[in-house]
Ligand binder design. Sequence first.
Ligand code: GLA
Length: 376
Amino acid sequence: MNYRYKMFYLIFLPFFFQIICGSAAAQTTLKDAFKNDYLIGTALSTQQVLSKDPKAMKCLEENFNSISPENLLKWDAVNPLPGKFNFAPADSYVALGEKYHMFIIGHCLVWHSQVPRWVFQDSTGKPVTREVLLTRMKDHIFAVVGRYKGRINGWDVVNEAIEDNGQLRKTKWLNIIGNDYIEKAFEYAHEADPNAELYYNDYNQWMPGKRAAVVKLINDLKSKGIKITGIGIQGHWGLDYPPMASIDSSMKAYTDAGCKIMITELDMDILPNPFNNTSADVSKRFELTKKSNPYATGLPDSVETKEANRYAEFFKLFLKYKGSLTRVTFWGMSDAQSWRNNWPIWGRSAYPLLFDNNYQPKPAYFSVIKTAEENK
Ligand code: GLA
C-alpha cells in the first residue's frame, strides 16, 4: 500500500467511522431507546388528531408507541348533551393509533372537571339522586368504552378523586353517589370491556397522604374482586420538585400493592410558580406579568441544560422500575402545544417538553436518550 493510501486509512477512516456511528446514535428515537423497558407515549390535542399536521405525524411515528387524548374523550367533549355523543374526533384518534400500531389510551371516564352540569342535575336544576347518577355514569361508560371495545387498550377510569392529604375529594360524584362511586366506575368499565386495562390516575402522587390513600384504594378494590390494572402517576413536575425519593416511594408502594404503574402526564414546570402549590388543579388561574413570563423571547442555555439534567434524573429513576412501569407518557409532543403555556397563567412560554415549537429535539431529548443508553 503506498504512503498516501496508508495515511487515508490511518487518519480519515476512524474519522468517517465516528461520523457514521455518531449520526446513527443521533437517529435513535425515544421509543427505540426504551424498546426493552417500557412504552413511550404522548398526549395528542384534538387539533393534532384532526389536522394530521405532517411535522406532528412524523414526530409521532418516529418517537412514540402509545397515545393519550388530551381532551377529546373527556365527558364534555364526547357526551356534551344527554344522549348526544360527538364521536368523530375520538374515532379519528383511535384510527390514528391503529394506523401506527400504538397502545391506545382512553382518558378519562369519571372526573370532577370537564363534565357538563346536566350530568348532576334534573330538568329543574336540582341535584339528581344516587340511582340516577349511577345510571348516567353507567350509560356513559358503556357508550364510550363499548364503542372502542378491543381497540382502546387502557382507560383512566377515575381521575383525581383523592386530595393531597388522602381524603376523598369533595366532588358531585362523591356527594351524590357516596364513597362507592369509584368502585362502581371500575365495575362498569370492566363490564363494558373485560380485556381493557383499567387505571386510577392522579397528580401529586408523591405526597405521603395521597400515596397511602391510593394504596388503600388498590387494596379495597382488590379485596372486593374489582379489577384495577394500574396507577397512573401524572408527572406534572418541576426543576426542583418533587423530591426524587418521594416519587420512588410511591412507585414502590403501588408496585408492592400488586399494581402496574405508569407515568401518565409528564412535563416540566420551569417557570416561576405564582402559588405555592405543585398540583395540576386546572381551576386555579393568575394574571400574566413580565416577571411571570421570563423566557418570552427564548429559553437561555443554562435553563435548557437544567431541564435536560432533570429529565435525565427522572428517566434514571424510571428505569429502576422497568417490569412494573409499563409506560411513560408525555403530556404533549411539542412545546407549542403544551397546556402549561396557558396554566396557571394565560399566554406564557413554558418549554416543558422534549421537542421545541417546531417539533425539533431539545437538549432534554438527547439527555433522555443518553440515560437509556448508559443504563442498558
Ligand atoms: C390533569 C388532567 C389532564 C389535563 C391536565 C392539564 O392532569 O388529567 O386531562 O387536563 O390536567 O392539561
